[in-house]
Ligand binder design. Structure first.
Ligand code: SAM
Length: 258
């Protein structure tokens, strides 16, 4: 996978891309990420990327021309259909499903906005997808681009040590993931649920599924409407509804219930 990012703040990406899994994925050649300074695509000697809004009002607007030039250059050797993603709070919300869809592409171009946003004609001419990372307003598209890059890279085969670890994760199958524990088995009077210490694989699987369902029911009940639920899931949900437990105290109760 190759990701091109167009930004007026290339330095923003330096540390995150040189850290942890993102760094290792690049070192292993599983993904290449190139950061491009939008100013190098300007046509004037002062390399101006913004201007006053027509119609007046506060703030500046990013000019369309540098984005058009950048996209034309970066798409030159690319297959037709390469997504050109612009980050904006007005875009479609980013979900795990959308990240999975983007991960099918070999090449993505990410455009980061600033100020009041970008001249609408750039959006019309080159942008194929508008992505929002949530209903709040950032100062620029760079944090949003990093969020997408991080979520994408961990789906590239070979990037995570344990390939199965993405499969049971939150959202992968429409549910939130079950709680996790590690040593020690007792901490300040809080015990790890006995079933997790039992070594009984089937009971552990059932406990995890039940707590995944419980978490989803209590924190994000709307996800249950679209999750693929088995007959066992429906039985577990019925049990959960009869034995309500309060979250987040749930870990301290640490009952061995399965
Ligand atoms: N005036 C714009 C509006 O009201 O929709 C907001 C512009 S914001 C201050 C500047 C840039 O930050 C946007 O062009 C976009 O690239 C990025 N941005 C801000 N919030 C975002 C979000 N929730 N998701 C993705 N990008 C965002």
């Amino acid at each position: 996978m190759h990701i091109d990012v167009v930004t007026i703040f290339p330095d923003f990406f330096r540390s995150p891309l040189q850290t942890s899994i993102l760094a290792r994925a690049q070192q292993a050649g599983l993904v290449t990420i190139q950061i491009h300074d939008l100013r190098t695509f300007t046509e004037d000697k002062h390399r101006v990327v913004d201007d006053y809004p027509y119609g007046g009002g506060p703030g500046m607007v990013m000019k369309a021309q540098p984005f058009l030039a950048a996209t034309e250059t970066l798409r030159a050797d690319s297959a037709d259909g390469t997504p050109v993603i612009f980050f904006t709070p007005q875009g479609r919300p980013l979900t795990q499903q959308r990240v999975c869809e983007f991960s099918e592409y070999q090449h993505l171009i990410l455009l980061c906005g600033h100020y009041e946003g970008v001249d609408e004609r750039a959006r019309q001419a080159v942008v194929t997808e508008e992505v929002s990372i949530g209903d709040y307003v950032l100062t620029g598209g760079e944090p949003a681009a990093l969020v997408l890059i991080d979520a994408l890279v961990r789906l590239v085969p070979g990037v995570l040590g344990n390939e199965s670890s993405t499969e049971s994760e939150s959202f992968a199958k429409g549910l939130l993931e079950h709680p996790h524990y590690t040593r020690p088995a007792e901490l300040d009077g809080m015990r790890v649920p006995e079933v997790l210490l039992s070594g009984h694989h089937e009971q552990i699987r059932r406990w995890r599924r039940k707590h995944s369902l419980r978490r989803t029911l209590t924190r994000r009940p709307e996800l249950l409407r679209t999750a693929e639920l088995t007959e066992e899931d429906h039985k577990l949900l019925a049990e959960i509804k009869q034995q309500p437990q309060k979250e987040p105290q749930e870990p301290t109760q640490a009952s061995g219930d399965i």
